[in-house]
Design a binder for this molecule. Sequence first.
Ligand code: 5AD
Length: 351
Amino acid sequence: MQKSWSKQEITGILSCRDPHLLDELLEAADRCRRDSVGTNVYLRGLIEFSNECRRNCYYCGIRKGNRSISRYRLAAGEIVSLAMSALDAGYSSLALQSGESDDPREINEVVQFVQAIKTQSQARDNTGNGLGITLSIGELTYDQYKKLWEAGAHRYLLRIEASDPRLFSQIHPPGQSYKKRLQCLNDLKTIGYQVGTGIMVGLPGQSVNNLVRDLQFFVDKDIDMLGMGPYIPHPNTPLYKKQVPDFEPFSMTLKIIALARLMMPDINIVCSTALQTLNPQGLELGLKAGANVVMPVLTPEDNRGDYTLYDNKNYTRPQELIERIKESGYTVGLWTWGDSRHYAVRNAQLE
Ligand code: 5AD
């Protein structure tokens, strides 16, 4: 039987600074992941296809107001050909990510290249399944999400960033509403996507209580996937130099991942690049804490340096990531999409 977690218990774990407790928590999370989702770590070849963004999130380095990066948008043909090379290299799934656009022509273009990736990869791959596609391109309308779903995308990541509406409003400009973000998450679920969300850990103004609430939010929303990372200040953003909480964001993120695994044993959890950026052991410790998805960056080298959500973003070659996953005692889930088990379970319950 799955254990239910009280608010006090979670608060106690998050507030405790004893390193032995962190070790024990990681051990428990690792046992849980082996029992519930096994040792497989699934890969999502990450293509950051555009850093153009209409938003001005106070924490993000690709915010519209940052004039010190060059903006790029890969041509559809280039994205499709990167996707085909990913398939040939053995990736079964892609994550397509970009800054936020509200230009209907650009969204239409995404619909077109998702469709092209889907049909071309199905024709190319001997299983006929083609590539699994996760999108992470922000807040769109219901109809746009629906078109992208019909084009063949079947997972969507949209972080809530902070589940407390007050904290959300402190890190976003007034035009961005918490309500709209929730509406998008609901729309994605209604359409049938596997839905992923997440937060940043260590934001200015964030408390342990906020983090407890975030974990409860993920459970209440019955999410399928989780992507969380430490907040890393970026010099060209308004939050830079704002006072951060007095907890250490790296180990706090590990605790949150571990608790998320224990509270939601069958979801997919990403070991974020931000976690790998803050600590050279970020990959290994993130996996130990229960993460079972890694997103090797396939963005062309010329553009990679301009997709700077935060400072000093880590880049590890995909092959090295794969070797390190194996050396940590896990298996790489090849030739399978590696969908969220939770999604299958919740759909079976609906039938
Ligand atoms: N530090 C860490 N993560 C960040 N993101 C954006 N800016 C930062 C930052 N400064 C994360 C957000 C967003 C995801 C794509 O990147 O959570 O949802």
